[in-house]
Design a protein around this ligand. Sequence first.
Ligand SMILES: Nc1ncnc2c1ncn2[C@@H]1O[C@H](COP(=O)(O)OP(=O)(O)OP(=O)(O)O)[C@@H](O)[C@H]1O
Length: 355
Amino acid sequence: MIRIKGHLQRKSWSLDIDCTLPVEGVTGIMGPSGAGKSTILRVIAGLEGHHSVSVRFNEHLWQADDAWTPTEQRRVGWVSQHPHLFPHLDVAGNLAFAQRRATPHSGNDIDADEVIALLDIGPLMDKSVAELSGGQAQRVSMARALFSSPQVLLLDEPLSGQDPGRKEQILPYLQRLKRRDWMPIVYVSHDGDDMARLADHLVYLEEGRVCQQGSVAEMFADVSGTLVRHHRAMTVVEGQVSSVNAAHHSVVLDTPVGALIWVGEAVKGTCMRVCIAARDVSISRQPLRDSSIQNCLPAMIKAITQEPAGWVWLALECNGATLLAQVSVRAFHRLELGVGDPVYALLKGLAVLAD
Ligand SMILES: Nc1ncnc2c1ncn2[C@@H]1O[C@H](COP(=O)(O)OP(=O)(O)OP(=O)(O)O)[C@@H](O)[C@H]1O
């Protein structure tokens, strides 16, 4: 675990923190601009120079009133929005530089060839930094961070500033990195959808304070939590491709809420993170026929939460798991919905991220 505790004072802003991040999977740090997300990464990396915040990485006390481990000895990898590569070196030279600086240690020494294959940068090796596209430079920057053999990887908004198409190209690489599980990743972003697709654990910050933390699935389903006040509620589950229909470019995903049809290409057996926005789930009293909506799941209403703004949240039991739906108050009354009612959940959109 990474334990961060203490107070950091800047002129008119302060960080007051006491939180523990797991050292497995991806921990997301979310919050509005100026909440202190990057500051936390800088504290972990030892770039803030304040002894008033203590940081413990597993059994190692990195900083406290009377302790300080310099940044280079913490062995953190850092990737930010702007890939900082050496412009006078080609891609291979940038990677070789990181490799020379890596400290050999037991545990998660990384196989260079595997990183190159995972991030698909083999064809880029001879290119100069100036020749790389934004997405390619970001992948090289990730490889460089991995080549330094870090014990934790810190990602500061690596997708920010990328256009949606390029973001979709980079996200799968992050997902692959996560699945490879070389080291824990702390991932800063203000984008809720990216977080739902990538993170396992989530910390939500506001004005330098932790407002909410927990598993990604819990936080995106907590309709009274801070996160859902700022971002859309979602059901986040893991799925696996059980069949492929190449002619229709669609696949069937086995998920805890039932079998779901998704339009996209994937190989049978692939594991996927599936995110279903509550507002993309409609309710019907009858099974749907002759509709373009492909997913119609039998469900039962488990809980109802009304909110003042004209919406009602429904927690549905689907196949033994929970699926969240958001319907208008008007529809809720027209259908005379109540707890215990059998209904059908109609799913129009799914966001999925493949392994
Ligand atoms: N070097 C600095 N000196 C003084 N104040 C700073 C410094 N860096 C950041 N701040 C202030 O500290 C606060 C937290 O900044 P931080 O960059 O951690 O926020 P953030 O949540 O990462 O924001 P964003 O999403 O906009 O990047 C902000 O009020 C910012 O203006």
